[in-house]
Ligand binder design. Structure first.
Ligand code: AHR
Length: 502
């Protein structure tokens, strides 16, 4: 640990990274465990609307500020037949879902998902199955969704109650096909060719679609790097985004490295930017690809238990309960995404309800916010506008995985609403961190607010019995003096500091 105990942030309105794309605050709904069934969809629940959507969950999703939802998987999509989930619900087949070893009733499908996106006020991001299926089925799904009428598939959508096209703009070309666990796992050459040909067909059907090719399932994959380069050799000119996925497993034996997980995310993003730009240079293209971080979160993988018996329906799978420390790490991951908003223009917190999620529900009972709900909701609300390029000085702390890591992790957003918001994490679990923000050309026009998520017990969680045990709290903030703002960040804390600008 270095000797100075004060961190400093220098901001200036002229030094910007870029404008935040609202799609950075996306999430993910997979047919997995209780994300859909008894999560967002539970006919007969006291809060369910006429279509079976839980209005208590919808209200929380709106409060969370989610802008886009990826669907229907995830690993699930790689053996999914989209046709099973359309048409009269009582005629839909029950199928094995080999990805999660459950039975899928198909009671919830495409039409229900689109009704959900309208009720929640979010954009859909649809994944096509490039595992067990291929180009033709992807084209069929797009025609069913987006073609106005006059063909068998588009008229079928009309007959299913949706004469207006869904107009789905964002599409994922499969899911994690580099992973040996994936149904239809492929080599990079096989996937790159398939992604490129599928993209060509999809653009012929609807030129307005925005397409994401699968990058690696994680930076730790043995094929990471080679996978991206090979896939882009085939598909660079056909796609708009390359995907990244990352999950961070809280390691009780190495908390310092866990608290610095954002260092890994940062490296992953800069490495994938380099891979994309190398592919761009090789083809002398003027076009830069965007990155879609379409699965990211904290996931207690080491605690994962096997499913409940063989082939159950909507079992409790991956229902992690998040602590204060997890919320702080999640805030730090959000800071990383914001700091790369010039290239990461879409991202999905995986997932939305019950399954490694910010929202938990009880069947027939209440829905509540996990600790991680709060940093996401605050970033989604206040992280809109121009992200500033900061100069930061901070004491550091040693970690086993990443070497010396700054205790302060921060970003700042010059908001569309005429405010400056500093998002800051103090990674030090043992001590407060004094912070001075030098405001450069910014002048405050009113009182500063400082919201903190921290707790004397960093393992504290929210539960059904105590749903608001952990929430952000306002602290008194001193006024700006001589263009400087001096505050203290509590130990292991997520901080949102806001000032209205003159
Ligand atoms: O989000 C859970 C799973 O993690 C997804 O199904 C898969 O894409 C990833 O490995």
């Amino acid at each position: 640990m270095s000797v100075t105990r004060t961190a400093e942030v220098f901001v200036d309105p002229h030094f910007t990274i870029g404008e935040v794309d609202p799609l950075l605050f996306g999430s993910f709904v997979e047919h997995l465990g209780r994300c859909v069934y008894t999560g967002l969809f539970e006919p007969g629940h006291p809060a369910a609307d006429a279509t079976g959507l839980r209005t208590d969950v919808l209200a929380l999703i709106r409060e969370l500020g989610v802008t886009m939802v990826r669907y229907p998987g995830g690993n699930f999509v790689s053996a999914y037949r989209w046709e099973d989930g359309v048409g009269p619900a009582d005629l839909r087949p029950r199928r094995l879902d080999p990805a999660w070893r459950t039975v899928e009733t198909n009671r919830f499908g495409l039409g229900e998902f689109m009704a959900f996106t309208r009720a929640a006020g979010v954009e859909p991001m649809m994944a096509v199955n490039l595992g067990s299926r291929g180009i033709a089925e992807a084209g069929d799904l797009l025609e069913y969704c987006n073609h106005p009428s006059g063909t068998t598939l588009s008229d079928l959508r009309g007959a299913h109650g949706s004469p207006e096209p869904y107009g789905i703009r964002w599409w994922c070309l499969g899911n994690e096909l580099d992973g040996p666990w994936q149904v239809g796992h492929k080599t990079a050459d096989e996937y790159g060719r398939l992604a490129a040909e599928t993209a060509r067909l999809m653009r012929l059907i609807d030129p307005s679609v925005r397409l994401t090719a699968c990058g690696s399932s994680g930076s730790g994959m043995p094929t990471f790097g080679e996978w991206e380069s090979t896939v882009l050799t085939h598909a660079y000119d056909e796609v708009d985004y390359l995907s990244l996925h990352a999950y961070y497993d809280p390691d009780a034996t190495d908390q310092a490295s866990y608290l610095a997980s954002a260092v890994d995310m940062e490296r992953f993003i800069t490495d994938v930017i380099a891979l994309c730009d190398a592919a761009r240079a090789r083809r002398r293209s003027a076009r830069r690809l965007s990155l879609s971080f379409d699965e990211w979160n904290i996931w207690y993988m080491s605690r994962q238990r096997p499913g409940q018996g063989e082939w159950p329906r909507a079992p409790r799978l991956l229902e992690d309960v998040y602590t204060v420390a997890d919320a702080v790490v999640l805030g730090s991951l959000l800071i990383t995404l914001l700091r790369h908003c010039d290239r990461v223009t879409a991202a999905c917190l995986a997932q939305l309800v019950n399954v490694i999620a910010p929202i938990t529900t009880e069947p027939g009972g209440p829905a509540w916010r996990q600790t991680t709900f709060h940093p996401f909701a605050q970033a989604a609300r206040h992280g809109r506008g121009q992200v500033l390029r900061l100069h930061v000085t901070s004491p550091t702390s040693e970690t086993a995985k990443y070497g010396d890591v700054p205790l302060l992790h921060a970003t700042a957003v010059h908001g569309e609403d005429g405010t400056l918001t500093v998002f800051a994490v103090n990674r030090d679990p043992a001590a407060s961190l004094p912070l001075t923000v030098h405001l450069g050309g910014f002048a405050a026009s009113g009182p500063v607010t400082h919201s903190v998520l921290a707790d004397a017990d960093p393992t504290a969680v929210n539960t059904m019995a105590e749903p608001d045990r952990v929430t952000p709290r306002d602290r008194p903030a001193p006024p700006v003096e001589n263009g400087r703002l001096a505050l203290t960040l509590p130990p292991l804390s997520w901080n949102v500091i806001r000032l209205p600008l003159a």
